[in-house]
Design a protein around this ligand. Structure first.
Ligand SMILES: NC(=O)c1ccc[n+]([C@@H]2O[C@H](COP(=O)([O-])OP(=O)(O)OC[C@H]3O[C@@H](n4cnc5c(N)ncnc54)[C@H](O)[C@@H]3O)[C@@H](O)[C@H]2O)c1
Length: 382
């Protein structure tokens, strides 16, 4: 008999759906000690929260996250609301002794993130941030190959995350669905939203980043604000590109924009080592490209590995070899890993502290874009 893990979810948007789907599926595909129970969904609009609860099978609703956090029948608070809500909810949840899952980016900036980490670590509660791309089987395989030393010394890391949905200057900022354009809610633009993913993956695969040199641009300077009805200055970065150096001596380039016409969510990375290179593309997420210089010369070339075999990460839990999985499964893997970690008394990852490292890189990137100088990435010290 599995033990219940009673979930209280905040936010029924895009991430509310991915998380709910993961909570529902995980027990069917992974053999775990705990079974997520959809105890309550919290959002400010009661009718919409009820409709979400009915659709996904939540047993109750709340319209104020403070009430959710106080409830004795909830073990874990899952934060799937916009960035400016993460800190307050997480700190209150930690004080109430709840386990906490939080969407990325951890916080509005490093200072706020550090306060969260302090509170969570003081409370000693299990915690994890939803940097879900770590759980794409192809990306997890990349991590295995690097850790096994297959690439040898790493020289280059190259990542980009391209979208095109904010090109129209008539698009308003703020409010439902458009809070990502409002710096007071999002913290930053593509840096915290998209590059944060690239940075988290990079720190995981390639180690600590030491210095960065960035440029940002806001192409549309003013937009009508949905909530005030007024035309207001746009304070987010629409595009950001930066150079970086890693502790291991490798050099990196990162680029993100919401102005790359034709691209919806093109997250790619390539890593070049002395023996081998790997490349991955979110639009082809079930493949890992691999080149190994040590192959026999006449057969040497890029291999496109179809990540669907039972010896690939996570794949034995799904279908038969040859059949692939997709985006939503990354969230199933992440909650499976979380439950496995707490069952073994281990720390789930990425933890709030891991996510704070990404926040510090984002801060250094935004600072460098202003100073036009190389900036050091501060080490996480609390
Ligand atoms: N891991 C990923 O790949 C990924 C992808 C998208 C979004 N995110 C992150 O997830 C979070 C949510 O993004 P989204 O795309 O789901 O946004 P969304 O706009 O689709 O949904 C946000 C939800 O939060 C609710 N909300 C807002 N303020 C609230 C409050 N004070 N109390 C309760 N509910 C509140 C809204 O009603 C809505 O249901 C953000 O932090 C975002 O950066 C992560």
């Amino acid at each position: 008999m599995k033990k219940p893990l009673r979930i209280g979810l905040v936010g029924y948007g895009f991430m509310g759906r991915t998380h709910s789907n993961a909570f529902r599926k995980v027990g069917n595909f992974f053999d775990l000690e705990y079974e997520p129970v959809l105890q309550a969904i919290c959002a400010r609009d009661a009718a919409k929260a009820q409709a979400f609860a009915d659709n996904w099978g939540y047993q109750s609703i709340e319209t104020d996250w403070r009430k959710l956090v106080e409830r004795k029948d909830i073990d874990l608070i899952d934060i799937g609301s916009p960035n400016n809500t993460h800190a307050e909810i997480a700190i209150a949840a930690a004080k109430a002794g709840k386990m906490i899952l939080c969407e990325k980016p951890l916080s509005m900036d490093g200072k706020e993130g550090a306060k969260m980490v302090k509170a969570i670590e003081k409370a000693g509660v299990a915690n994890m941030v939803w940097y879900n791309y770590r759980r794409v089987p192809a990306v997890a395989l990349a991590k295995q190959l690097i850790d096994e030393g297959k690439l040898g010394r790493i020289f280059h890391y190259r990542a980009k995350f391209l979208q095109d949905w904010t090109i129209s200057k008539d698009l308003p900022q703020g409010g439902t669905g458009l809070w990502r354009l409002d710096a007071k809610v999002a913290g930053s633009g593509v840096t915290g939203d998209l590059l944060a993913h690239c940075i988290d993956t990079a720190l995981w695969l390639n180690g600590r980043m030491t210095t960065v040199n960035a440029m940002t641009e806001t192409f549309v300077k003013e937009r009508k604000h949905t909530l005030t009805g007024k035309v207001q200055k746009v304070e987010i970065d629409d595009a950001c590109a930066f150079l970086a150096k890693f502790d291991n001596g490798s050099l990196a380039t990162f680029e993100s924009t919401r102005y790359a016409r034709g691209h919806k969510a093109l997250y790619t990375f390539e890593i070049n080592g002395e023996n081998a290179s790997i490349a991955w593309d979110l639009h082809d997420l079930h493949r890992l490209q691999y080149f190994d210089y040590r192959d026999e010369g006449k057969l040497r070339g890029w291999r496109s590995i179809h990540i669907s075999d039972s010896d690939h990460p996570y794949m034995k839990n799904w279908w038969v070899p040859g059949l692939q999985i997709g985006y939503e499964h990354t969230f199933v893997h992440q909650i499976a890993d979380f439950i496995q970690a707490i069952s073994k008394g281990e720390k789930p990852c990425p933890s709030f502290r891991d996510a704070l490292d990404t926040q510090y890189v984002c801060d250094a990137v935004l600072k460098s874009a202003k100073t036009q100088k190389w900036e050091k990435v501060p080490k996480t010290k609390l």
